[in-house]
Design a protein around this ligand. Structure first.
Ligand code: PLP
Length: 363
């Protein structure tokens, strides 16, 4: 059996360190925020080449609080893409702002700057480009449009820890960025976690207040806040994993390179890493018009696959009230019908990949 991801392999490779980190928090009883979270925030901000990072309870909260800190609320429009995990859109909904969508570029699966430009209105307040699958969106034209129209840019970097665009790290290009530490992400907690990264001291201060009941000083609630603090155990576990994130990222990139080589000349549509970008391969996504059959036949050979994601946001029942129609975002809709994620994780071996590729070529 070749699993789609293997979290146990990673845990066992660093088990003594992880266990000791958790034991340390149990002994100190610094269960929520606390010294490990403070250190993680410094380390993570440095990793992103940016000034500030604030730990929160998950990636969705990171996006939600980032928008609130930037002043997004009812009456505002925020633009994101339909081809993403639903959280990118849900975070907008939580603020009371209106979700606006624009189509993706079909090669990179990220926000198409021309489609973005067409979606901007006088009510647009912010843009959320999604660095999907581990490759950053085309940030230069997106930032130029934001500057021209005075818009906030929030990077959805939930899948893009360590990704780069023209030498700039994910989390250092927009006004703010939201990261997820969901267990299956490139940097995963032993549970849930997230981080808001920003170069803006005031945004950072607001996020820190909002995650902890809107108070800088206990019981002095200046803002209507939330309980969205990052747990101490997650801070400690993530600090251990930070030591390995670059190594694991390179292992993912090596694995992607091996897939690329093995598929070369086969006609299979493999991921495209654009020039001047460091793709961190959260997912290795191919595409096919015969996806249902492929999944079934690969599954029969013990090869697990995934679909990220089968429905674009505008065709989800939960967001039918946005009023978009089928056919409005053709690249997103086509991607949703065709994308297929192959097994991808740092510990994936060349032998396992050869088995996957052989099975795909035999389809
Ligand atoms: C995982 C993910 C999120 C949400 O992160 P959680 O930690 O699961 O809340 C948001 N956006 C994208 C693109 C994601 O992949």
């Amino acid at each position: 059996m070749i699993p789609f991801v293997d979290l146990k392999a990673q845990y066992h490779s660093i088990k003594p360190e992880i266990d000791a980190a958790i034991q340390g928090v149990l002994e100190s009883c610094a269960f929520t925020l606390g010294p490990d979270v403070v250190e993680l925030e410094k380390e993570y901000a440095a990793y992103c080449n940016n000034a500030f990072a604030a730990g929160v309870n998950n990636g969705t909260s990171a996006l939600h609080l980032a928008l609130l800190a930037a002043g997004v609320g009812p009456g505002d429009e925020v633009i994101t893409v339909p081809h993403t995990f639903v959280a990118s859109a849900a975070a907008i909904y939580y603020t009371g702002a209106t979700i606006k969508l624009c189509d993706i570029d079909p090669v990179t699966y990220t926000m198409d700057p021309a489609a973005l430009e067409a979606a901007i209105t006088p009510r647009t307040k912010a843009i959320i480009p999604v660095h999907l699958y581990g490759q950053m969106a085309d940030m230069d034209p997106i930032m130029a449009l934001a500057k021209k129209h005075g818009l906030i840019v929030l990077e959805d970097a939930a899948q893009a820890h360590g990704a780069e665009y023209k030498g700039k790290r994910a989390g250092s290009v927009g006004d703010l960025a939201g990261f997820s530490f969901y267990p299956g992400k490139n940097l995963g907690a032993a549970g849930e976690g997230g981080m808001v990264v920003t170069g803006n001291a005031e945004f950072n201060r607001k996020v820190r207040m909002l995650r902890d009941w809107g108070a800088e000083k206990k019981y002095h609630h200046e803002l209507k806040g939330f309980n969205m603090r990052l747990e101490g155990i997650q801070g400690a576990v993530l600090r251990v994993k930070m030591k390995y994130i670059e190594k694991w990222t390179e292992m993912r990139r090596d694995a992607a390179g091996r897939y690329d080589e093995m598929f070369a000349g086969s006609g299979i549509e493999t991921p495209v890493q654009m020039d001047n970008r460091r793709h961190v391969y959260h997912l290795y996504v191919i595409r096919t018009a015969e996806r249902t059959r492929w999944i079934e036949e690969l599954g029969g050979k013990g090869i697990q696959t995934g679909i990220h994601y089968p429905y674009p946001v505008h065709l989800l029942p939960a967001y039918a009230d946005l009023g978009y129609k089928q056919g409005q975002f053709p690249h997103s809709e086509k991607a949703a019908n065709e994308v297929l994620s192959l097994p991808m994780y740092p510990e994936l071996t060349g032998d396992m990949q050869a088995e996957v590729v052989e099975a795909v070529k035999a389809l």
